[in-house]
Structure formats: C-alpha cells, structure tokens
Design a binder for this molecule. Sequence first.
Ligand SMILES: *[C@@H]1O[C@H](CO)[C@@H](O)[C@H](O)[C@H]1NC(C)=O
Length: 477
Amino acid sequence: MWRQLLEEGRSAINDHWPRCLLIPVAVGLGGALLCWKLHGQKTKSIELGEGWWGPGEKPHSHGEDTRVRPFVIEASEADIEDLHARLDDTRFFLPLEDSRFHYGFNSTHLKKVISYWRNAYDWKKQVKILNKYPHFKTTIEGLDIHFIHVKPSHLTPGQKVYPILMVHGWPGSFYEFYHIIPLLTDPGNHDLDPNIAFEVICPSIPGYGFSGASSKKGFNAFAAARIFYKLMLRLGFHDFYLQGGDWGSRITCILSQMRPESVKGLHLNFVLLPTGRLGRLKSLLLGRYAPWLVGLTREDVRRIYPYMEKNVFAILRETGYLHIQATKPDTIGSALNDSPAGLAAYILEKFSTWTDSSFREEEDGGLNRKFSLDDLLTNVMIYWVTGSIASSMRFYKEGFTRNYNHTPDTKVGVSVPAGIAAFPCEMVHAPRVWARQKFHNIISYTYLPRGGHFAAFEEPELLARDIQNFVSKVEKK
Ligand SMILES: *[C@@H]1O[C@H](CO)[C@@H](O)[C@H](O)[C@H]1NC(C)=O
C-alpha cells in the first residue's frame, strides 16, 4: 500500500518539482485558496450503489438467500497430502553470498521455513485454533461472505457491548485478529478497561480466504464496503464501530462515507490520503526546515524525512509487487497458486519488510522476532487451501483504475469520529495535519511506540488500548 508515497514521490519529481521555484510566489495565494476550498467542503456521503458478482447472469428469481449459516473450517487429508508432496518437490536455486533479504525472500531461510512447514507445522491443530471462534457464511450480491463473530463470554449485568467490524488487508486475513479478539471481547481479564467490551465481526474480503471471489470484473473497495455494510445490517447492527489497516482501512473509510449515520466511529492503523495535493507538497518542502509553520510535529518529521530522502530508489525497491498486482495479477497468480514454497516466500516477504524495513538486513527477514512461524504459516495456509491468491491480488487491479486518484471517496471527506493509530514502522506516515484534510472529526491521534503494518498481529495490546481509548472518547461526547 505504497500508493501515497509512490504518488507523492512521482508527482514531486516529475511535475511539481520544477514548480517549486514558483512556490514562494504561489504559496501565499495558493495556500489561501486551498484553505478556503478545503474548509468549505461540505460533508456529503457517497452512493451506496448496487452490484452482483456471481457467475453468469444474475438469476432474476425470488431474491437472495439471506440466511446466516454456521461454518466450520476443515483440514482435509487430501489437502495435507498434496501440500506435503509439493513441499517435498520444492526446487531451490543457487545461493547468493551476503544477500540476506536484499533480493527478496532469502531462499536459504526459505528452506528452513519449508522444512518446518513439512515436518513440524500441524494444519489440523491450527484448524482447531481457527475454529475456536464461531465462523459463518452468508450470501450477499451473489458471493459467499465468510466472517467470524465473537461475543464477550462474560458480562456484568447491564454492561454495554460495542459492535465493531474489523477488516484485514493484503496479504493478511481474518487470522490477523486472533490475538486481539480476546483483548477486545474480554478486556477485564487482560488488564484493559473492563467497561469497554466489544462484539467483534471480522469478515474475509471477497476473493480472500473463505469468502467467494467475484466472477465479474470491477470488484473493488466500494463493492466490498457496501457488502460489509449489508452484512452488518443482516446481523442486526444499525450502528457500529469500524477498524482497519491496509485495504481494510480503505474499505472501512468508504463504508463510513457511504453510511455516516451508521458508523459511530472509525479507527485506523493505516491512513490513505488522496495524493498529488499541492498543499501537501508545500507542507513537505517547508516542513523539512520549518515544521511548525505547516503544523508538523517533531515526531512527524522524524517519521517522514528518512523515507523522503531515500526517495525514488526506496519507492522502486518496495513497490514492484504493487505494479504487478495492479496490472497483471493473474500471471504471477498462476505461479503462486501452484507452489506453496513460492506462495510462502511471496507473502512472508511482506510480513518481514512491512513490519520493519530494516529487517531486510536480517538473514531470516526478522520474521522470528515478532511472529511465530505457526501464525505466519496459518495465514499462508488460508490463501493456499482456498486457492485465493490470484483473486486477492486482483483487488489491486480493480483499485488502480485510470481515475483511481479521483474516485468519489477522494471528493467527500470523512465526517464520522475518527481515531488514528500511527505505528512508527508503518510504510507511510500520515501526520495529523494532513489527515485532517480528509478526516474532519479526528477524536484521537496516537503515536505508538513500536509496531508496523500488521499492527493487530504484531502489537495486539497496543492496538486494543488505542481502540478502547478512542471509543471511550467518542462515547463521552
Ligand atoms: C541468504 O542470506 C545469507 C546471509 O546473507 C547468505 O549467506 C545466503 O547465501 C543467502 N541465501 C541465498 C539463497 O541467497
């Protein structure tokens, strides 16, 4: 999700850079104009729309089957045998000295991961863990939507429970939330505020894991947002909280723009801002020397500029996947869907670099520092057993259409109460002063002391506390 940085860098270098000579003149005038324009923006909502994504023609029979069906994940013997045979047949290539994770997933380390996966990892045991929370499926717009729905197990009489929809991204899954769920549903037993307990709904994005994939072109974050809204209505929730990172952030943002009246609050650990704004460029240029002038804090400066200085190269180095997935996802999809070793390398490389970009320097990509190999492989298995890697990557293709920087959500701000958790190793840092241009009602903004892109997976307690803190502020209003 390097879109913002990529665009910022590209437009700064290609078109706006020469104009920086004109900036001293333009700033006064342009700045005033821009402020007027931004503050004059009315809070509008965006259209909910309609869609149908099943195969062939939409059957024009008697409406959709709206039942919510319990679902249990099964570990099939045939799947396990097939996986083991493929892992046994993995072909490795010649090593490159001193390459660590500089050339992508280090294949010497991959050997270790595969040997563990083949000989020690126990899918049946992991499936039991997956099934410890109740799973369901229901059909919406022609797609099977999979989700887990976890309620607090013990409540004091009269205690309020807040429903919250938590949405994962790529290459993650609903499993990213397994360690945070107990903290949110049973906070009292985890040294958190016992008065703010949640009922948690974590769906799989269509095309990811156990949710069905669209048969039609064009399934994007707008469609996902609408489907999740319909899911919440179907479950009987008319107002609720939202939480997301990565694609989950885009989807929950859009949902809150489609139905602001239903969203009590939106909590994000990843913030996407419309790119190529002259105001932001001005802020970037001046912020280097006079951060106070453009509302950047010292912490913002620490987080932004090391990236900007490495600029074009760092952007190129980390965005190859994005270019592939946004253009020809099915080609790479054919390889990854056929090879568990390839799939693990492709997915886990992201869990390395996106957790901390300095992990490139480690022989094991730093993977062992933050995650257990069981947890990482279970996330890979969710893509493997469902054969969903290609459809998951298509979400980029559908998200980066010709007008991707001018979609309806970029024209309408977010009016619902917003909470932003800024983790220090996140790939793009969004200072509050920039976020305010899109989020008109920021209730909490926190600089977290540690953690990266997969916040719920890596730092469940920090994230849970921040969500609680945000919700308590919203509820007090
Ligand atoms: C992985 O990295 C180590 C440490 O830099 C290096 O010795 C090894 O050759 C690398 N493996 C491959 C396959 O390049």
